[in-house]
Ligand binder design. Structure first.
Ligand SMILES: Cc1cc2nc3c(=O)[nH]c(=O)nc-3n(C[C@H](O)[C@H](O)[C@H](O)COP(=O)(O)O)c2cc1C
Ligand code: SF4
Ligand code: SF4
Ligand code: SF4
Ligand code: FES
Length: 597
């Protein structure tokens, strides 16, 4: 990179690419060439910058200027103004929603100030398709150090001392897991990278693989050396075509550079990686189901023990780790366990990547030190709640997690704190809800997901999640009773205690946590037949306000059931019997004369 005076980094993550980022790269390159500056300015496509809400993103180095919502037609102005004349294009700079000031340097943006990037260290900085850019950022130095200066046990000791815990959901200590796999003797062992990522709203692993695939390739080889495995497999869902393409290129290039294959760095160590494509079933992310799926069997979990470290892929000792877990490994090995151990909380070291979604201003991908509070994530990094609405709840841990409330906002996020609050870290999905969200409906959404994704092998999960979602259906339709609520609590406990795998054991969490924190809302649905958030259509009625209706007739013309009557310039009225609660009248009334309650 050092030969160029300027670098223009364009996000090539899935989000920005879907908003024409590839065309932006082409146009910028054409404009740079037309200006006769292609020897001085390099235009690069990188991985996700995290601020996907404001994509496509273009960043200029060395001055770190951060342009948002760039369009292909902006390329001409960016080159003519910023690159040729050295003047920033103000209108494309990020506007701080609170101060309305334009912020030029990403380091001064609230979204980035409290972040710390370890797993995402290279995402948005390097071209993921260019192995030399990874090498220029210390890439493959960790495997070099492991192979030439350390014994497998020393590598494992560093991982143990660092305190790194698995980022796939369970939070099991990584070094300990590697040690189990190392100690189980066998003629063949395997390293598996779990890139199934089935949680709704989660895209952490996809972004790492799209933005920095070599970090995972390098870490898998390090793990192979530590446990004594020569074969690596990545189980990746087929819906991730860009991640697959970049990973395949990374593996090919690493092989060509002698960083994978039979004699890595001339040390005699042998390790290679192949991909297996998943069909997109949530349960296939569970490690035993994943292994069965890789073997061509049905993707159903089996009881543990035996753990994969004893008997995994093809019955051989196998170490399964998540993508983000692996992405941390090379840095830990280079910078040391002590450095890593200083980041985070007592029992949860390092950082965690979260996919921030829902009713929040700055939707995107963030990485924060463990111990950052939910308030800091939602308000400082996330920019607060959309449209000035009131915060109601944040759901962490995906379908296995729970809903946290206002009183939990100052909780430092780590594995144990979230569990103590009735939720969990999971793989890092974080969905923020505002005053308009109905909590029984939220619980129903998650239950419908787990019901659909249950593999059906064991009865408590197969039948129990179906029954729970039926009960939630009754409640949100205003047909629930207090006995139904009792039944939901009892059933949730039974499913948790008796389901075979983590999917069933955690499926009732959204139900239990919303019942605990929002009991009033459940009671309102059951006793008063009302949805306080105004979301459950069966419990709503649409009304026309006498003092606002001017009799323009628009509502009557759009109503599909002709249930609105009234003369021109006179008050209109809705026949509640015939109303199907489609909301078309409210959407079309320019005078805000229609309300629902
Ligand atoms: C239903 C279910 C789905 C899971 N999905 C994933 C997944 O998509 N990715 C993942 O890494 N781990 C997933 N896990 C956790 C894995 O079983 C396993 O613990 C993890 O891959 C181990 O890696 P780690 O120690 O690096 O976290 C899932 C677990 C369950 C019960
Ligand atoms: S708990 Fe659910 S997903 Fe897990 S084995 Fe049983 S039926 Fe399958
Ligand atoms: S659209 Fe609004 S203002 Fe017009 S008749 Fe209907 S309720 Fe009245
Ligand atoms: S909600 Fe739909 S059906 Fe009901 S009055 Fe309005 S437009 Fe007609
Ligand atoms: S995909 Fe471009 S910033 Fe995330």
């Amino acid at each position: 990179m050092s030969n160029y005076k300027m670098h223009v980094l364009v996000c090539g993550g899935t989000g920005c690419l879907s908003a024409d980022a590839a065309q932006i790269v082409d146009n910028l390159r054409d404009e740079v060439k037309a200006a006769g500056m292609d020897g001085d300015v390099q235009v690069l496509k990188t991985g996700c910058f995290g601020f996907c809400e404001k994509g496509p993103i273009v960043k200029m180095l060395p001055d770190n200027t951060f342009y948002v919502q760039v369009k292909p037609e902006d390329a001409k102005e960016l080159v003519a103004e910023h690159i040729v004349k050295g003047r920033k294009v103000e209108r494309l700079l990020f506007e701080d929603p609170e101060t309305s000031e334009r912020v030029s340097d990403s380091k001064n943006m609230d979204f980035y100030k409290k972040q710390m990037r370890i797993a995402l260290r290279n995402c948005g900085f390097i071209d993921p398709d260019n192995i030399e850019e990874y090498i220029a950022r210390d890439g493959y130095q960790a495997i070099g150090k492991a192979l030439t200066e350390m014994t497998p046990q020393q590598v494992i000791d560093v991982m143990k001392e660092s305190g790194l815990r698995g980022r796939g959901g369970g939070g099991f200590p990584t070094g300990l897991k590697w040690e189990f796999a190392m100690k189980n003797e066998a003629d063949q062992k395997y390293v598996i990278c779990n890139a199934d990522e089935g949680d709704p709203g989660a895209f952490m692993d996809r972004s790492i693989l799209e933005g920095d695939p070599h970090s995972v390739v390098e870490a898998m080889a390090i793990c192979g050396y530590a446990i004594g495995a020569s074969k690596g497999r990545v189980y990746i869902r087929a819906e991730y075509p860009l991640a697959i393409k970049r990973l395949e290129k990374a593996i090919d290039d690493a092989r060509e550079y002698g960083l994978l294959g039979t004699d890595i760095l001339g040390t005699g160590f042998e390790f290679d990686i192949e991909l297996t494509y998943g069909a997109g079933a949530f349960v296939c992310g569970e490690e035993t189901a994943l292994i069965h799926s890789m073997e061509g069997e049905r993707g159903e979990p089996t009881t543990k023990p035996p753990f994969p470290a004893e008997s995994g892929y093809w019955g051989k000792p196998t170490n399964v780790n998540n993508v983000e877990t692996f992405a941390n490994v090379p840095v830990i090995l280079l910078k040391g366990a002590e450095w890593y151990g200083k980041i985070g909380t007592e029992r949860s070291k390092g950082t965690k990547v979260f996919a921030l979604a829902g009713k929040i201003n700055n939707v995107g991908l963030i990485e924060v030190p463990m111990g950052t509070t939910l308030r800091e994530v939602i308000y400082d990094i996330g920019g607060g709640i959309k449209d000035g609405k009131k915060f109601k709840s944040v759901q962490t841990g995906g379908p296995s997690g729970g809903c946290l409330t206002e009183k939990d906002l100052d909780t430092p996020i780590d594995f144990d704190n979230l569990i103590a609050k009735g939720s969990m870290m999971g793989s890092g999905g974080m969905i923020v809800m505002d005053e308009d969200d109905c909590m029984p409906a939220v619980a129903k959404f998650y239950l419908e997901f787990t019901e659909e994704e249950s593999c059906g092998k064991c009865t408590p999960c197969r039948v129990g999640t179906k029954r729970l979602s039926e009960l939630l259906q009754l409640i949100t339709e205003g047909k629930g009773t207090m006995a139904h609520l009792d039944e939901m609590k009892r059933l949730s406990r039974v499913i948790k205690d008796s389901a075979l795998c983590g999917l069933g054991q955690t499926a009732p969490n959204p139900v239990l946590s919303t019942m605990e924190a929002f009991w009033d809302e459940y009671e309102a649905h059951v006793n008063d037949k009302k949805c306080p958030a105004g979301q459950c259509s069966s419990l709503l009625q649409y009304f026309i306000l006498e003092d606002k209706c001017i009799g323009c007739t628009k509502c009557a013309r759009v109503c599909p059931t002709n249930c609105i009557s009234g003369e021109v310039k006179k008050l209109h009225v809705i026949d509640q019997e015939k109303c199907i609660k489609c909301g078309a009248c409210m959407d079309n009334c320019k005078f805000k004369a229609i309300i629902k309650r």
